[in-house]
Write a protein of this length. Structure first.
Length: 288
């Protein structure tokens, strides 16, 4: 007889509503991505095309992450822990996308060339352990004479230490986005405070990351309530991240109508779940 590992799953009407709403937001984000692609085909400026291409890649990456989140949280279970970690991935993807957009063509070009730079620099990797050296090399190699490689090395250098794409940290990225659009910066800041620390503990496998869920072994009611609270955090983090990125993309690429509708949908989806005073403040920011 075959044996399989499994985790207990729970179903509640509230979770079903949240999951359905998150799925609808994912579809709306995908539609926004398609609208960006179509807009890019009509763009005459090559620099703007490059900006749209980079933004499109970030959006697609975020959508893929969101699909994984939806798969993990179809029902309430301990899998929501991994969904919290992925919600941080989604948030950081959205933040970097917004940061790249507000930086204009120069920042978009930097993002593209960094991809070339990393691909070229990582063609051969050496790992040393216990006196042994293991080398791993790609079979299809990029030529140092390739124009894109030349440009990438000119921008990032050829030192032994691989440089980051952007020197700015998350706080500095948020400040840059805030200077472009204060509300987008506020929304990103809310996600930072909500999930970043707890998701870091989970991602790095700390004991605290485990104990966040250790209290669940107290009975079905307590487990459902705790898991529901964790899923709500994921739901909020994703919704606010989409809202912030939608504002930036809408203003950057003259897509306020399409992206504005997505932004309002995200905020409206939160209203049934937040305290009355917060709901009132959100309605003041987003009147019907």
């Amino acid at each position: 007889m075959s044996q399989r590992m499994f985790v207990e799953e729970y179903e509640t009407s509230r979770h079903a509503e949240e999951h359905a709403t998150l799925h609808e937001l994912a579809l709306s984000l995908h539609r926004g991505h398609l609208a960006l692609i179509l807009s890019g085909t009509l763009e005459a400026s090559e620099e703007r095309k490059q900006m749209m291409r980079v933004a499109s890649a970030h959006l697609l990456s975020g959508i893929n992450t969101l699909v994984s989140i939806l798969s993990l949280t179809e029902k309430l279970s301990l899998k929501v822990k991994e969904a919290i970690a992925l919600s941080r991935v989604f948030y950081e993807t959205a933040l970097v996308a917004a940061f790249t957009c507000v930086g204009g063509p120069e920042r978009a070009r930097r993002a593209e060339l960094y991809s070339v730079y990393k691909a070229f620099r990582n063609q051969t990797q050496a790992h040393q352990a216990g006196g042994f050296v293991l080398r791993v090399s790609r079979a299809d190699r990029l030529s140092r004479k390739d124009p894109q490689v030349v440009a990438a090395l000119e921008m990032f250098g050829g030192s032994s230490r691989i440089r980051p794409c952007f020197e700015e940290n998350r706080e500095e990225m948020t400040e840059s986005v805030t200077s472009f659009d204060a509300r987008a910066g506020l929304l990103f800041g809310g996600v930072e405070g909500m999930i970043h620390e707890v998701s870091s503990e989970i991602i790095h496998g700390s004991f605290h990351g485990y104990t966040l869920f250790d209290s669940l072994h107290n009975g079905k009611i307590e487990m459902e309530e705790n898991l529901s609270a964790h899923h709500e955090m994921v739901f909020f983090a994703v919704s606010l991240s989409i809202s912030a990125l939608s504002r930036v993309i809408g203003r950057t690429f003259d897509m306020e109508d399409t992206m504005g509708e997505l932004e309002h949908s995200c905020i409206s989806s939160l209203l049934p779940y937040v305290p009355d005073d917060m709901a009132a403040q959100l309605r003041a920011l987003y009147p019907d």
